[in-house]
Structures are given as structure tokens and as C-alpha cells.
Design a protein around this ligand. Structure first.
Ligand code: GLA
Length: 337
């Protein structure tokens, strides 16, 4: 009897220590995966949302996410070194300058880190996309077309004579996705009968609201002939700059149709204002796919050696203040706020 109790105790203790040993080992295996998520403009709601969705992936898969804001080339390079020093195995990046492409690729290689890009695709010395780096971006030209079509439909609905309407085209030509977006918007407007000469280029020095505001102000000052205005840009922030500049000159909701791209807080806050503003609509794109899916793809690559697709282009949906909740729901973004 005594002997049986003794044996049972030994067995129980062995089993217990085996589980105690097994648990930390399994957890450690998960914890060992560390992924960086570097963004060019951490203060922009779009990038905050990307990070938020990347965190969701990190929680679900059990990896560590390291979020780094890198608004300059120098910061990008030190961020990559920093990730290597922390023993990360890979990173997802939206670079502050796509021309840093070859340098970023070389740095990642030297530090033995896997990399994929999001939003802004790296280019080589000749300005061609670096196709060897997996990338997820938006289908820029088509989304731009959705913007232009949305503006044209609203001009027609309001019964404006197109010859009296000026279009502020907030441009940022050094970024290919920005060029494609605003070109798509301008092409769609012209296809709908909008006079090409009424599209006023307003180059912004940086892709934020303040710089778009300054650029739009110049366009407005130089073109006092128009009775109404419309505006488009690469993102919501750019259109907001144009809308604020127009307001300053008396062009309010009745005389301004601004359509952005994004659908994060910059746009949502505008729609929440009690009275409509000139910010009429936005094409909502998916920070869920760009944050959660990219970091999951990186995780699978590190864990199982499965490389992400070389190119994924995501789509968007036009939303106004009237149907924004419905569109966010359709895009799987409703529960995110
Ligand atoms: C660029 C823009 C951002 C956002 C993303 C979406 O990076 O600067 O504002 O529109 O593209 O891919």
C-alpha cells in the first residue's frame, strides 16, 4: 500500500514537472518571433490604424510587434539596426521616401532581416519599382478614378455648370502611388466632361494637411474666376487642407466638393461635425488589410518560410457622411473603433 502511494506520487510529480517545463518552452517559442512595423508618419490616423490592426495580429499569433515611427532616411536606417539588435527577424515598412529603396534593401540584407513594404513601394535608382520586395499597396489609379467619379456625380447632382468649377489637384509627384491616385481622379473628371484647363495643380511639399492647405491657398488666390470648387489629393489629409483653405475664402459645404482617400479619423471626425463641410466624401481603404494582413504574412514567412505574394493591391469604397457606417461595416472595419 505504502509503496503504491509512493509510486503514484512520483508519477504525479513527474507529470507536473513535465507540464511545467513544457509550458514555458512553448510560450518562449512564440515570444521569439519579433516583427518591426516602421511607418513614415506616425501622427497620421491611417498609420495609427495600421499599427492598431498589426497589434491585433500580434495578439492573435503571439508574436511581439515593435512599432517605430521613421520620418527620415536616417531614422529608417537606425530603426532597422535597432530591430536587428533586438533580435527581430523581419519588418514591414512604409518608407518616408521611396527612393531610399536600394539602401533599405541593402540594410535589411546586411542585418539579415526579412522585409516587406506597405503603402509606398520602393523604387530603384532608375525609378522602377523594386519587384523583389513583397508589397501591399492600394490600387492607386482605380481608387483615384473612384474619387473623380464621385466628384463628377455630385457636380451633376448639384446642377453646377462645369465651366464655372475649379478643381484643386493637390499633388505629390515624387511618390508614385500619389501620382497614380491624383491622375486617376483627374482622368475620371475629364472623362465626365470636366474642362481639363480648370484642373489646377497644387503641389504640396509634404503629405499632410498643413502643406496641402498652403498649396491650395495658392491655387485659390491665382484663380478668382471660379464660382465653385472641388478638390482631390492622395489622401484625406490633403483634401482637408484644400477644404480648410477654401473655407477661409468663403467656399463652404455648398460650394466645395472635396473627396479624400483613407477613411480613418481625419475623415470620420469631419463627418461627425454637426454641419456638413466641404469634405464631401472619402474612398475608404483598408488599414485592416495593410496592418493585420501584412504583419501576418511576415509572421508566416518567418515561422514557416512561406514568402508573401510579391504584389497585393487592395481596393476601396466611396463613402459620404450619410453611408459611412454602412461602408465601414461592409469593409470589416466597423468593430475597429
Ligand atoms: C500613402 C499615404 C497615406 C495612405 C497610404 C495608403 O502612404 O501617404 O496617407 O494613403 O498611402 O496606402
Amino acid at each position: 500500500m505504502k509503496r503504491r502511494i509512493f509510486l503514484t506520487l512520483v508519477a504525479a510529480t513527474t507529470a507536473a514537472s513535465a507540464t511545467m517545463l513544457a509550458a514555458p518552452v512553448a510560450q518562449a517559442a512564440d515570444e521569439q518571433i519579433k516583427i518591426g512595423f516602421i511607418v513614415k508618419q506616425p501622427e497620421e490616423p491611417w498609420f495609427q490604424d495600421e499599427w492598431k490592426f498589426a497589434e491585433i495580429a500580434a495578439k492573435e499569433k503571439g508574436f511581439t510587434l515593435v512599432k517605430i515611427g521613421a520620418p527620415s532616411g536616417e531614422k529608417v536606417m537606425s530603426a532597422i539596426d535597432n530591430l536587428a539588435a533586438q533580435k527581430a527577424q523581419g519588418f514591414v515598412i512604409c518608407t518616408p521616401d521611396v527612393k531610399l529603396g536600394p539602401g533599405i534593401v541593402a540594410k535589411a540584407k546586411a542585418d539579415k532581416l526579412k522585409m516587406m513594404t506597405v503603402d509606398d513601394r520602393l523604387v530603384d535608382g532608375a525609378g522602377k519599382p523594386i519587384e523583389s520586395v513583397p508589397h501591399m499597396g492600394i490600387s492607386a489609379y482605380n481608387i483615384g478614378k473612384q474619387v473623380g467619379e464621385g466628384i463628377a456625380a455630385e457636380i451633376k447632382k448639384r446642377g453646377w455648370d462645369m465651366k464655372d468649377v475649379g478643381a484643386i489637384d493637390v499633388t505629390y509627384e515624387q511618390l508614385p502611388t500619389a501620382h497614380d491616385r491624383t491622375t486617376g481622379a483627374a482622368d475620371a473628371l475629364v472623362a465626365a466632361g470636366f474642362p481639363k484647363a480648370n484642373i489646377i495643380m497644387a503641389p504640396q511639399a509634404k503629405t499632410d494637411t498643413e502643406n496641402a492647405f498652403n498649396a491650395a491657398n495658392i491655387a485659390l488666390t491665382k484663380n478668382p474666376q471660379f464660382k465653385h470648387w472641388v478638390a482631390f489629393a492622395l489622401n484625406d489629409e490633403g483634401v482637408l487642407g484644400a477644404v480648410r483653405a477654401a473655407e477661409g475664402r468663403g467656399f463652404k459645404a455648398d460650394n466645395m466638393i472635396g473627396v479624400g482617400i483613407g477613411g480613418s479619423d481625419s475623415a470620420l471626425n469631419e463627418f461627425k461635425k454637426p454641419n456638413p463641410t466641404g469634405f464631401f466624401a472619402t474612398v475608404i481603404i483598408s488599414p485592416k488589410r495593410h496592418g493585420e494582413e501584412t504583419s501576418t504574412l511576415m509572421y508566416d514567412w518567418i515561422k514557416d518560410g512561406k514568402e508573401p505574394p510579391k504584389l497585393t493591391l487592395t481596393s476601396g469604397m466611396l463613402a459620404t457622411r450619410d453611408n459611412v457606417a454602412e461602408v465601414r461595416e461592409k469593409m470589416g472595419l466597423a468593430s475597429a473603433k
